[in-house]
Ligand binder design. Structure first.
Ligand SMILES: Cc1cc2nc3c(=O)[nH]c(=O)nc-3n(C[C@H](O)[C@H](O)[C@H](O)COP(=O)(O)OP(=O)(O)OC[C@H]3O[C@@H](n4cnc5c(N)ncnc54)[C@H](O)[C@@H]3O)c2cc1C
Length: 493
């Protein structure tokens, strides 16, 4: 197994996109086979080693940044298997954790299949997207990564390999799981007893539900319970064609009116993605896209699956609805072919890049929310975000997955004072979100950046329940310490 410890090789593993700058490590291991991964963990206690798992570094919460631990880099475990059709409308593919999401998507699409999860950043590793239960625009229709995983091979913290196919390990009526492992022996633990929020996306802390499947505990556990080494992904037939569009509006009521119209279950248009860009986001984008109309208040991005037969009818219905909600139809961007859709995708991806450019000139970090609330409460949270930022005179943008009542608010501080003020406001946002029955994180996870806030959502009791599960599977605290569960909860008896 390759091991590197020179500063040049280590540097890239001390960062992700969180802007945490305090990471340090003695060295990085690059396992090339799953048994090497298992050996590293089997020998961890004997060799006094703790590990942080590294994917491709696109995470936003510092989860892969080591605070003194050794790093396990997943990049050499990157095999992508062959697509196997199980029926006319279902196929599977087995992949290793270090395979890049974009490469998997290209491969399955060439075979006429489709893997729905689509985080905006496609250069992430598949194992990380499972560990983080990542989602993206298409999660509006298809849900997060969890819904598309039928099997995972996990390396547990003591080195055991646990092969979990969906449906094989189910919590009993007391919420207990019992495992018989060759290294760790017989272990039993209870799922946390809290209930999950009623949001359509949720990715803060361990998944827990009555009669739950063990696979769902590992999905979204951010590498704190084991390393995802390999997974089987469920594929759907590739939609014949897509209508993508970016629709501009002059005021916020029209935007909300349009969104509730297309979310109506009776409505004939059934988009797979409903995204939002506020005026300030469009202001950033207009430096690269001068065609954005200056008198619009915001824009809605839609993606709708269609067929060559139904495309014209779908477009007609869509235009009707746009007109009925006073959309700026003439200047809106309708992308019907693959090249134009790729340009529109680039447009969406350009926003975080332009914002990061701007921030690098200010030398301050952004404060960004990833909270979601039940749909009925979304307008209240949205108004709270906007009014608070306007009152403070902050530079801010609001964009993202409005179909899931989940937008990202980024406050962009111009100096230290604004940064401190924005952090205080962030706490108020957490309070408001929880009051509205929402979640601290809908997709990016908790990592190290947001661990301190988890107790506000789950209270002491919930965090202690997570810590109990963690300590049962990882009694020597070897793996991804500092992620999700604040360290002080792992010390307590
Ligand atoms: C511009 C931009 C847009 C983004 N858009 C989205 C989006 O739309 N939706 C979304 O959900 N996320 C989004 N993200 C966040 C990010 O892409 C995801 O969280 C992604 O899953 C991280 O993958 P990575 O390979 O870069 O992981 P890393 O950042 O390297 O690691 C992330 C975490 O996963 C753990 N980990 C990595 N591999 C494994 C493994 N095999 N087993 C167990 N734990 C592991 C790490 O320890 C760490 O805690 C975005 C990020 C950026 C920069």
């Amino acid at each position: 197994m390759i091991y590197k410890h020179d500063p040049e090789s280590i540097r890239g593993f001390l960062e992700d996109t969180s802007n945490i700058k305090t990471g340090h490590t003695s060295g990085v291991f690059f396992p090339e086979a799953i048994n090497e991964l298992s050996d590293l963990l089997k020998n961890a206690v004997k060799e006094h080693r703790h590990f942080t798992i590294a994917g491709n570094g696109t995470g936003t919460t510092g989860g892969r940044i080591p605070m003194g631990d050794y790093v396990i880099a997943m990049q050499k475990l990157d095999n992508i298997g062959e697509v196997t059709a199980v029926s006319s409308n279902r196929a599977i593919i087995t992949v290793q954790a270090g395979a890049v999401l974009e490469d998997i998507q290209k491969k399955v699409e060439q075979c006429g299949w489709f893997y729905p999860p689509d985080p905006t950043e496609k250069l992430c590793f598949i194992g990380s997207t499972i560990a983080n239960n990542s989602s993206g625009a298409r999660s509006y229709k298809y849900g997060p990564t969890r819904k598309h995983i039928s099997r995972v091979l996990v390396v547990l913290p003591e080195g055991d390999l646990l092969d979990i196919s969906r449906g094989t390990f189910i919590a009993d009526e007391h919420g207990m799981f019992r495992l018989n492992l060759s290294v760790a022996g017989d272990i039993a633990f209870q799922r946390p007893q809290y209930s999950m929020p009623e949001t359509s996306k949720h990715n803060a802390g361990y998944f827990s539900d009555e009669g739950m499947d063990l696979i769902d505990l590992f999905i979204g556990s951010e590498g704190t319970l084991g390393i995802i080494a390999e997974a089987e992904l469920m594929l759907l037939p590739l939609p014949e064609s897509i209508i993508s569009c970016l629709i501009y509006f002059r005021n916020i009521d029209d935007i909300f009116g349009f969104i509730s119209l297309i979310q109506d279950s009776e409505h004939p248009v059934k988009p797979r993605a409903i995204e939002f860009f506020d005026k300030n986001s469009l202001g950033f984008l207009s430096s690269k896209y001068p065609e954005i109309p200056s008198d619009c208040f915001g824009a809605v991005f839609l993606e709708q699956e269609t067929t060559s037969k139904s495309e014209n009818i779908d477009l007609e219905v869509l235009f009707e609805q746009m007109e009925s909600c006073n959309a700026m139809t003439d200047v809106s961007w309708i992308a019907l072919d693959r090249d134009e859709q790729a340009r529109l995708r680039e447009f969406r991806h350009a926003l975080p890049l332009l914002v990061n450019d701007w921030l690098s000139k200010q030398q301050e970090s952004k404060i960004s929310t990833d909270m979601a609330v039940p749909r009925r409460a979304f307008r209240e949270l949205f108004n709270f975000y906007r009014n608070s930022c306007e009152q403070k005179g902050f530079v801010y943008i609001i964009f993202g997955h409005i179909g899931n009542a989940h937008v990202h608010l980024n406050i962009l501080p111009r100096n230290r004072e604004e940064f401190i003020d924005a952090k205080l406001l962030y706490r108020e946002f957490i309070g408001k979100t929880i009051e509205l029955g929402g979640t601290l994180s809908a997709e990016h996870g908790i990592g190290k950046l947001k661990a301190e806030y988890l107790v506000e959502m789950y209270h002491e009791r919930g965090v202690k329940e997570m810590a109990r599960v963690k300590k049962c599977l990882d009694p020597f605290l070897v793996l991804n310490i500092g992620n999700i569960i604040p360290a002080e909860y792992l010390k307590e008896e």
